[in-house]
Design a protein around this ligand. Structure first.
Ligand SMILES: C[S@@+](CC[C@H](N)C(=O)[O-])C[C@H]1O[C@@H](n2cnc3c(N)ncnc32)[C@H](O)[C@@H]1O
Length: 344
């Protein structure tokens, strides 16, 4: 066991904190915050870096707080509660600036903004395991009385769910967003932060403007198309999960077509293309097709800034310009961030 005293430089993607050991090598510290002086214990030594836990905080960041949730540290859900929400946003900004500089090789604009809503009771979609959630780094469930990030009604479901695993969506199925009833259920993907979702939809709508053709790829149940369909003459929604089709048919109007297929197999994109892929981002094949077709506008929504930064570099290399980039704090108490980037 090796003990050292270090000063934390910054947090990196995922939330762990970066420091340098007295010999100059990189070390990632769990649970530390920027600027803190901490005594650490090295728990793993790899060839190029080490991993450490905090033994003692010698000088805390002034925005460090006692985590409000009694399950914090044991439950695998949150990993940022030890930072005040304002600091969580600052850290997310720093992480995104670093990622884009390192991976996309660009400086983000100084006015890059992260929109945010409530830091608690924001989750309207959750996977509950045996009256609780999975423990950190384990497949074993920890029983939970109340989860501070879940909506009130989903909290009631915790007590009801003694099964091994069940996904819940929404407080009630008549939930409306911006005046529209969007049809979906827990068998398909749906955004979890309903309070901030209207802001993302508003920014996507503004960025899309009006036009002849909109592609909505990775469309899910057609959430974004439902709000953009009146701005376009024709909408083509592409989604791999066939379970989404019955919902998309209810959510989308006559000018919309829905294709239950792998977006990689589409070869002819034009007009405005909205892309909202899973955390892995888009594949080389889809990226190559887009870069070859060169549609007028790409609006990329991402739940993983690391893959967005990677794909941004590819679009810039293909001749696109990044004209708009914004963050949306969809997942408070974690170091995850939703982003929107527009390429012309
Ligand atoms: C992040 S979700 C976005 C869904 C939708 N845009 C929304 O906001 O509700 C990503 C979606 O992409 C779908 N998907 C994953 N891989 C795909 C692929 N290769 N082709 C088409 N859809 C895919 C998933 O089933 C999921 O519904």
């Amino acid at each position: 066991m090796r003990i050292a005293q270090v000063k934390i430089e910054k947090n990196v993607q995922g939330g762990s904190a970066l420091t340098r050991l007295p010999n100059g090598s990189v070390c990632f510290v769990e649970g530390a915050l920027p600027g803190e002086s901490v005594e650490i214990e090295i728990i793993e030594q790899k060839k190029d870096f080490a991993k450490a836990n905090i033994v003692k905080i010698l000088e805390p960041n002034l925005k460090r707080r006692t985590p409000p949730c009694p399950y914090y540290g044991k439950c695998g859900g949150c990993n940022a509660q030890h930072a005040e929400f304002e600091l969580q946003i600052e850290v997310l900004k720093q992480i995104v600036f670093d990622l884009f500089l390192r991976t996309a090789k660009i400086n983000l604009p100084q006015n890059f903004e992260i929109h945010h809503g409530s830091e608690w009771s924001y989750r309207y979609r959750a996977q509950i395991f045996a009256n609780g959630f999975l423990m950190r780094g384990s497949n074993v469930a920890i029983p939970i009385e109340k989860c501070m990030v879940l909506s009130e009604n989903l909290n009631k479901k915790i007590k009801e769910t003694s099964l091994a695993k069940k996904t819940y969506l929404f407080d009630n199925q008549s939930e409306k967003f911006l005046g529209k009833h969007i049809h979906a259920d827990e068998s398909v993907f749906f955004q979890s932060n309903l309070e901030l979702l209207p802001k993302l939809i508003e920014e996507v709508s503004k960025a899309a403007g009006k036009g002849e053709l909109l592609f909505d790829i990775f469309s899910g149940v057609g959430l974004f198309s439902a709000f953009l369909q009146n701005q376009f003459e024709r909408v083509i929604a592409i989604e791999q999960n066939p379970l989404c089709q019955k919902f998309a048919e209810k959510n989308l109007g006559k000018n919309c077509e829905f294709y239950a297929m792998d977006a990689e197999e589409w070869s002819d994109f034009s007009g405005c293309v909205l892309i909202d892929p899973p955390r892995t981002g888009i594949t080389n094949k889809l990226c190559d097709t887009l870069c070859k077709n060169k549609p007028n506008k790409l609006i990329y929504i991402s739940c993983n800034p690391a893959t967005l930064a990677r794909d941004t570099r590819k679009f810039l290399n293909a001749g696109y310009t990044l004209t708009n980039i914004q963050g949306f704090a969809f997942y408070p108490q974690t170091f995850h961030l939703e982003m929107m980037a527009v390429f012309l």
